[in-house]
Design a protein around this ligand. Structure first.
Ligand code: PEP
Length: 258
């Protein structure tokens, strides 16, 4: 099955709503000038919650083909959960994607596999596609346990998820040692784990479903490294952090085929 590549920019805690709309606008102009074919490579940005409404307004007004999503989603529907943002609230803002279980949330906010699974379900309940982030730290990699560790995270995130939803999930393999460090995994490293993730999806569901799921690589992706990563059979896109803040660089990443 042909999987449409996805290049998604995780802005993390950067850019206020004015800077955010500026950045999306510039990105859109660059991609328009380059005659970017969005049906061949999907492009998405994940701004802070505070920017989503402005980005929605811009995307709607200019009929941009850039998609947008959130960096997190609450596992709860509503109620006494101060600071949380629900799937219903995000769906009202037209988000297509929600990152779930990013390593920074696992590390700084104590997100367990159980919470990641609940957030994955919360996203699907509101028609939002979760980008489930998995990946090992340096200690695990040095011990050679990176595949089993990452697959256990996949098992945890997808626990009890029905096939009708799992077929649409996006999984991002993001080795923690490569995030924000400038140390990009080799294409072979990325392929090894992305292929193992697809294999696990085939075991959990079936080969056809696994064949349709997009598995992204994330970790210090740049325009200079994306093409080699994308040449790997099981790498279907990139989750891009730092480099997504620069529209010129991010547009080059999105145009990796050229
Ligand atoms: C990320 O935040 O998901 C990420 C991959 O960051 P960076 O590209 O900066 O390593």
């Amino acid at each position: 099955m042909a999987r449409t590549p996805l290049i998604a920019g995780n802005w993390k805690l950067n850019l206020d709503h004015l800077e955010g709309t500026h950045t999306v606008q510039k990105l859109a102009w660059l991609l328009r000038d380059a005659k970017h074919d969005y049906s061949a490579v999907e492009v998405a940005v994940l701004p802070s919650f505070t920017s989503l409404r402005s980005v929605q307004t811009l995307v709607d007004a200019d009929q941009l083909e850039i998609k947008y999503g959130s960096q997190d989603i609450s596992q709860h529907e509503s109620g006494a959960y101060t600071g949380e943002v629900s799937g219903a609230q995000l769906a009202k803002l037209g988000v297509s994607y929600a990152a779930v279980g990013h390593s920074e949330r696992r590390q700084y906010h104590g997100e367990t596999d159980e919470i990641v699974a609940a957030k994955t379900k919360a996203a699907f309940a509101h028609g939002i596609v979760p980008i489930v982030c998995v990946g090992e730290g340096l200690d695990i990699r040095k011990e050679g346990r990176h595949v089993e560790y990452t697959l256990a995270q996949v098992d945890g995130a997808l626990k009890d998820l029905p096939a009708e939803q799992a077929k649409d999930v996006v999984i991002a393999y993001e080795p923690v040692w490569a995030i924000g460090t400038g140390e990009v995994a080799t294409p072979a490293d990325a392929q090894e784990v992305c292929a193992a993730i697809r294999g696990r999806l085939a075991e959990l569901y079936d080969a056809e479903l696994a064949d349709g799921v997009r598995v992204l690589y994330g970790g210090s992706v740049k325009s200079s490294s994306i093409a080699q990563l994308m040449a790997e059979t099981d790498v279907d896109g990139g989750l891009v952090g730092g480099a997504s803040l620069d529209p010129e660089e991010f547009s080059k990443i999105a145009r990796f085929k050229e």
